[in-house]
Design a protein around this ligand. Structure first.
Ligand SMILES: C[S@@+](CC[C@H](N)C(=O)[O-])C[C@H]1O[C@@H](n2cnc3c(N)ncnc32)[C@H](O)[C@@H]1O
Length: 258
């Protein structure tokens, strides 16, 4: 069974990237919880081990940290995200890093115009942002946007626990990943636990209660999970350097069946 989850819409992401409150009356965000100003450690390992080849797609690329790293390692990279503000900042960071990435705004559940284009896809924390219908449409869109044999590296929130830290919102059951990928033309080579480096600055604000508008939009289970995450985080936050925290994720490595 899928944990009921709060799935922010694209406009909510865009507001966060613009530093604006997600809802009227809500406080302005203190930071982007996934902006660690570097590529994900697991992605860098994967790249060193030969996990990327051909035309690479970083889908839901956000501020471009992973895409920029992959380009700096010599890959031909496209970074797509639903948020215009994220893409604008990703382009700025790529220019500052002196690398070329084809950044553009796109809806991951559609991907028209990219048919048969990519050989490797990385999804770093996009999948858990979509509801089940969106997940099906997204994985089907990835099938259309890739070539036969293409590789997919997908990571999303798990039910796990990293030194007391749990996911701040709904995790994705492994059965959901297995069913959705295999139903849409992907064969799973590995599925298992991993970690994702997050920026704890995004978790600090929620400690004294949640804005009413946010509470009204969230399923009670999601609110409970966010409160538990915040309480746990309060206990360890003084021990954390540089606001970096490892979050429990599941990683899937799959390839496109012809
Ligand atoms: C948790 S962030 C991860 C960003 C980046 N991959 C990283 O690891 O730093 C999820 C990203 O997915 C994007 N996103 C959510 N729904 C999307 C959709 N339907 N199409 C494209 N991007 C989407 C959001 O705008 C956000 O930038």
């Amino acid at each position: 069974m899928t944990t009921p989850a709060f799935r922010p819409d694209p406009e909510t992401f865009d507001k966060l990237y613009r530093g604006e409150p997600a809802f009227e009356g809500a406080p302005a965000p203190t930071g982007v919880p996934w902006d660690v100003h570097q590529a994900q450690p697991r992605l860098m390992e994967l790249e060193a081990l030969g996990g990327f080849s051909g035309e690479v797609l970083d889908i839901g690329c956000g501020l471009g940290n992973n895409a920029i790293y992959l380009a700096s390692r010599g890959h031909s990279v496209t970074g797509l995200d639903g948020s215009p503000a994220a893409i604008e900042e990703a382009r700025r960071r790529a220019a500052a890093a002196g690398v070329t990435v084809n950044f553009d705004v796109a809806d991951a559940t559609d991907l028209s115009g990219y048919e048969g284009h990519f050989d490797t896809v990385v999804d770093s924390a996009l999948y858990h942002c979509l509801d089940e219908e969106g997940q099906q449409a997204y994985i089907a869109a990835l099938y259309r946007a890739t070539r036969p044999g293409a590789r997919l590296h997908l990571s999303c929130f798990s039910e796990g626990n990293v030194n007391g830290v749990i996911a701040p919102m709904g995790h994705v059951p492994e059965s959901n990943l297995r069913d959705t990928l295999t139903a849409n033309g992907w064969r799973i080579d590995f599925l298992g636990p991993t970690t994702y480096l997050g920026n704890a600055v995004g978790f600090r604000t929620a400690g004294d209660g949640f804005p009413e508008h946010l509470v009204a939009q969230m399923p009670p289970e999601t609110l409970e999970q966010m409160k538990e995450m915040t309480e746990r985080f309060a206990k360890i936050s003084e021990l954390i350097d540089d606001d970096r925290v490892h979050l429990p994720f599941t990683v899937v490595h799959a390839h496109r069946v012809d």
